[in-house]
Design a protein around this ligand. Structure first.
Ligand code: UDP
Ligand code: MG
Length: 319
């Protein structure tokens, strides 16, 4: 069997500080894999510029000129990490046998790629990179990330624990994945839905080599909400359950009030009445808000807008 062609897909947004450091490391890794006959010589590293406002795209073009293993595509504007990954994956799916997606900041251990390719050769079509430890993350980032995974699984999103977007996916899976046409994408929750045999590879997550994280707490929360409402309708069921419980409590309250009146105890509790009204008002607003999230998603899905637009490539079709 000839060696598989691997495309390493690297999303980059405002990464001029770190790209010159990590790009040679990616090339070194790929050259190693090629030399050890684990992947084919035609393998490539594809940078996806996600509408960066700094010199990232210039750097990518420079890299592509310097070595044929480097390729780049540019999104027409910033669309976020997930869409950048999707653009790269769809670009790669007809040109290779396997893809590995990895962040460009050097946080994910590149050496895990060997084991990923090995797992692929053993028959896995999806290999999840799973963090074995988060020693380099702050206590805060660690605990928020943990709550993130817990919340997601409670809300019915099937996800591999402590797996982010460092993952090997075969072109075969990508062909089927291309039929998932939703606009709201949350890749790590979607790939388990595609099926096929999967495996895990454990690696240590390092600190960013340079530059700053684009995912502070606020964005993490937005990402969690995005993931849940894109992949699960469990919150809607919870609203029904919550509504039933409040109805039941209200019913008990009414019986209690009637009994009090029959017993001749005048009801004086203004404060408690107001509290209950406020509480119920809050529950209703929250519930409508959750439903609104889903209605908004349906609105966006019905528009069927393109999920990414590639404005430039470092190669032409003639190449
Ligand atoms: N990224 C992107 N588009 C964005 C934000 C981030 O393509 O709008 C890329 C970024 O360049 C990096 C990866 O997504 O390669 C992960 O981002 P980051 O390292 O900032 O997140 P963290 O590792 O802190 O969660
Ligand atoms: Mg990072």
């Amino acid at each position: 069997m000839s060696e598989p062609i691997l495309w390493i897909i690297v999303p980059c947004y405002n990464e001029e500080a770190v790209l010159p450091i990590t790009a040679p490391l990616f090339l070194q890794k790929l050259s190693g894999l090629i030399a050890e006959k684990k992947v084919a010589e035609e393998s490539r590293i594809l940078f996806v510029n996600d509408g960066s406002k700094d010199k990232t795209w210039e750097i990518i073009r420079e890299l592509a000129r310097g070595d044929e293993h480097f390729l780049g595509i540019a999104q027409s504007r910033n669309r976020g990490h997930q869409n950048a990954l999707l653009a790269g994956l769809m670009e790669a799916k007809d040109r290779c046998e396997i893809t590995i997606t990895i962040d460009c900041d050097g946080q994910d251990d590149m050496n895990a790629m060997d084991a990923m390719v090995e797992e692929y050769k053993k028959g896995c079509d999806i290999v999840y990179g799973v963090r074995s430890s988060r020693k380099s993350d702050s206590f805060f980032k660690r605990s928020t990330a943990r709550s993130f995974y817990r919340l997601m699984s409670k809300m019915g999103v099937e996800m591999v624990y402590d797996h982010a977007d460092y993952r090997l996916v075969s072109a075969k899976v990508l062909q089927h994945f291309a039929d998932f046409r939703e606009v709201n994408i949350f890749l790590r929750g979607m790939f388990p839905l595609v099926g096929f045999k999967s495996g895990c590879v454990y690696y240590e997550r390092h600190e960013r080599m340079a530059g700053e994280s684009h995912y502070p707490l606020k964005k993490m929360i937005a990402f969690a909400i995005e993931g849940i409402t894109s992949l699960s309708v469990k919150p809607l069921t919870l609203i029904v359950v919550f509504g039933l419980i409040t109805c039941l409590l209200g019913f008990i309250g009414i019986i209690w009030a009637i009994v009090e009146v029959l017993l001749g105890n005048a009801v004086t509790g203004w404060a408690s009445t107001v509290c209950i009204i406020l509480f119920l008002g809050g529950v209703q607003l929250l519930s409508i808000g959750v439903i609104g999230q889903y209605v908004g998603k349906i609105y966006l899905e019905t528009k069927q807008r393109p999920r990414y637009i590639i404005s430039e490539r470092t190669w032409t079709d003639a190449d």
